[in-house]
Design a protein around this ligand. Structure first.
Ligand code: BGC
Length: 391
């Protein structure tokens, strides 16, 4: 048992401690905190009991996915959250790289940060919570003054999803967002599948259909710290983005409508740079975001080539991102404020995690020059994003 584990165990009990060698059971719903020990590699998972809860008359559960290398993901059907993700570092030690909490109340308290959440019906901001579709105006709840952020008052992150199809390495959640729920038109049938593949990739596939013309923009809002959750800021992580352009924002983080070149700006990650190297530059866009909180316009790509890579300077863990989406919101955790205790016992201090939210561009419903987020009856919304881990 290594020292780090002993330390974590001390702060974390009662957490579910999973032995990778000993725990060969298939991916499953766990109904109670499980403690299993092993002499080699141990990781700490949230306690299953923290995710067993009845909310709005529906039951939430805790699930484990595990691949043949022992890479392990914990998820729940509450908000289809990714709770933790343990991947090997350069020494082979499994390291939890996704910020989480040890029960649903933790997620509820930190709701406005959307840790690990599936975000919908519309990820990111819609200016003044208003848009017009087919000549009809729609008004949404303003939860991020003066705009609507990540679906409004009660987004897809705060509902219980149904669980379909589980096997040891994948799980599918579905959710019916009813016509006019949160002000969006159309009954939207959504499906999210998480798959942990044997090449150490966490693959997310989204699907949605509607019975009335609507807008949709689904994303995952995990905060990563590739040195391990609670290991300090992410400022020394190295980032590379295949994005020659980004969408600059106004003072309330709504895109101005321009597609701006990153050349010569702190937004140029076309060559690898650490997050911290320019984050506090005297730059109007950085000031508006209090750091990076911007949508990058991804260069022409397909799902087979990574559009982003981030490496933890201490762990050597490299995360590659693949997506079918045209945009990527790179958020450097600027509004994290140390108010919440993360799994592992540390506070969620400023910039101790970053999000890479693959998406269509913010405020697209009001910006016709951006790729469309409109979904019509008969059409199928389908997107895929893969976070792949190398060392
Ligand atoms: C937004 C941030 C926001 C964060 C948490 C990100 O997607 O871009 O501005 O603070 O989510 O809500």
């Amino acid at each position: 048992m290594n020292i780090l584990f002993k330390h974590l165990q001390a702060v974390l009990l009662p957490a579910c401690i999973l032995s990778l060698a000993a725990c060969n059971q298939p991916a499953h719903k766990t109904s109670a905190t499980t403690i299993m020990t092993d002499t080699t590699t141990l990781i700490i998972l949230p306690p299953a009991a923290g995710f067993e809860k009845t909310i709005d008359g529906k039951q939430s559960h805790f699930y484990i996915l595990k691949n043949k290398n022992g890479v392990t993901a914990a998820v729940t059907n509450y908000g289809a959250h990714l709770l933790s993700l343990a991947v090997p570092d350069k020494a082979g030690k499994l390291t939890d790289v996704v910020i989480g909490f040890d029960n649903i109340d933790g997620y509820k308290k930190a709701m406005s940060a959307y840790y690990g959440a599936t975000v919908g019906r519309y990820g990111n901001r819609i200016a003044k919570g208003h848009f017009v579709l087919d000549g009809h105006g729609y008004d949404l709840y303003i939860n991020n003054k003066p705009n609507t952020l990540h679906g409004g008052k009660k987004g897809f992150n705060d509902v219980i999803w149904d669980v379909k199809q589980i096997n040891s390495q994948s799980i599918t959640f579905t959710y019916l967002s009813k016509d006019m729920e949160e002000g969006f038109p159309g009954n939207l049938n959504c499906k999210v599948t998480y798959e942990l593949t044997d090449d150490n990739a966490f693959k997310i596939s989204y699907e949605a259909t509607t019975d009335k013309t609507t807008i949709v923009n689904l994303t995952n809002h995990s905060y990563f710290n590739l040195n391990g959750v609670g290991s300090g800021t992410i400022l020394n992580h190295l980032v590379e983005l295949k994005a020659a352009n980004f969408t600059p924002v106004d003072s309330v983080l709504i895109p101005t409508g321009k597609i701006q070149s990153v050349a010569g700006t702190p937004f140029d990650f076309t060559k690898p740079a650490t997050i911290g190297s320019r984050i506090d530059n005297n730059d109007e866009q950085l000031k508006r975001g209090k750091g990076y909180d911007h949508n990058f316009v991804l260069d022409k790509h397909d799902i087979n080539t990574p559009i982003a890579a981030v490496t933890g300077d201490q762990s050597g863990i490299k995360m590659e991102i693949f997506t079918t989406e045209p945009g990527l919101q790179f958020y450097s955790g600027n509004f994290m404020s140390g108010d919440h205790t993360m799994l592992g016992g540390k506070k969620d201090e400023r910039r101790t995690g970053f999000a890479m939210e693959t998406q269509h561009f913010p405020d697209s419903p009001n910006q016709p020059q951006f790729p469309s987020t409109v979904l019509k009856p008969g059409d199928v919304y389908k997107t895929v994003t893969i976070y792949k881990f190398l060392k």
